[in-house]
Design a protein around this ligand. Structure first.
Ligand SMILES: C[S@@+](CC[C@H](N)C(=O)[O-])C[C@H]1O[C@@H](n2cnc3c(N)ncnc32)[C@H](O)[C@@H]1O
Length: 211
């Protein structure tokens, strides 16, 4: 009983600190590490809306940014992509590697804080696809993406929108405003933008293509 109470209190403190937005990037990584350590051994799965978006990407060298414990990376690797997976939570990356080993998949992982300046500098080469799922990218990250894309490469950004905030109270600062990213990457062609509210979804989806 004491253990249960302690865990509940501990989680409450973590949640409050996270929502208050008074954490340094490293302590946010620690919060995510704690979340991944607390998860059971189940392999993460993707909501159908995200899986449909990934299924439309041609197999190639694919960068999964803010990959977490690998729901998207594992799906992509199983469907013929050569995946480089990036996150700042080492515990998520270690879970991802464990799941990849169980499924005999090879996925490269990199521990990187995506909010840092030139955060992608440590990555080598260019990609056929870049995916950003359930993570709102900072402009410093967005500005680095096109330099990492091959000709005709795709960039998929699908994450929570304001409707998620309204329906669930999920912090607004992690939610995309309507149409927020349409003009954010002028060097890329915006091939599709779905406002999630049209489908009753909480996601906004942007698909950009490198000319
Ligand atoms: C909601 S999870 C989404 C994980 C995965 N994209 C998915 O859809 O299953 C958000 C992820 O972003 C990562 N993250 C948050 N801030 C980050 C940062 N500054 N740099 C790198 N990763 C970050 C967290 O560690 C977490 O794994």
């Amino acid at each position: 009983m004491m253990t249960v109470r302690f865990c509940q209190l501990h989680q409450l403190i973590i949640k409050s600190a996270d929502l208050a937005g008074d954490c340094t990037p490293m302590s946010r990584a620690d919060l995510w590490n704690k979340r991944y350590l607390d998860r059971n051994r189940a392999i993460p799965s993707l909501p159908d809306a995200l899986q449909r978006s990934l299924a439309a990407l041609p197999a190639g060298r694919t960068l999964d940014l803010a990959c977490g414990d690998g729901a998207a990376s594992l799906y992509l690797a199983e469907n013929g992509h050569r995946v480089v997976a990036v996150d700042f939570a080492i515990e998520g990356l270690q879970r991802l590697q464990g799941f990849a080993a169980q499924r005999q998949l090879t996925i490269e992982t990199q521990e990187i804080d995506l909010s840092a300046e030139q955060s992608l500098a440590a990555l080598s080469g260019e990609f056929d696809n870049i995916v950003l799922l359930r993570y709102r990218p900072e402009s410093s990250l967005l500005q680095q993406l096109s330099a990492r894309m091959k000709p005709a490469a795709r960039l998929l950004i699908q994450t929570f929108n304001l409707e998620q905030h309204r329906q669930t109270g999920f912090p607004e600062r992690f939610c995309l405003q309507p149409d927020e990213l349409s003009q954010a990457l002028p060097e890329l062609t915006l091939e599709a933008y779905d406002n999630g509210q049209l489908e009753g979804s909480v996601f906004d989806r942007y698909l950009f293509v490198m000319p």
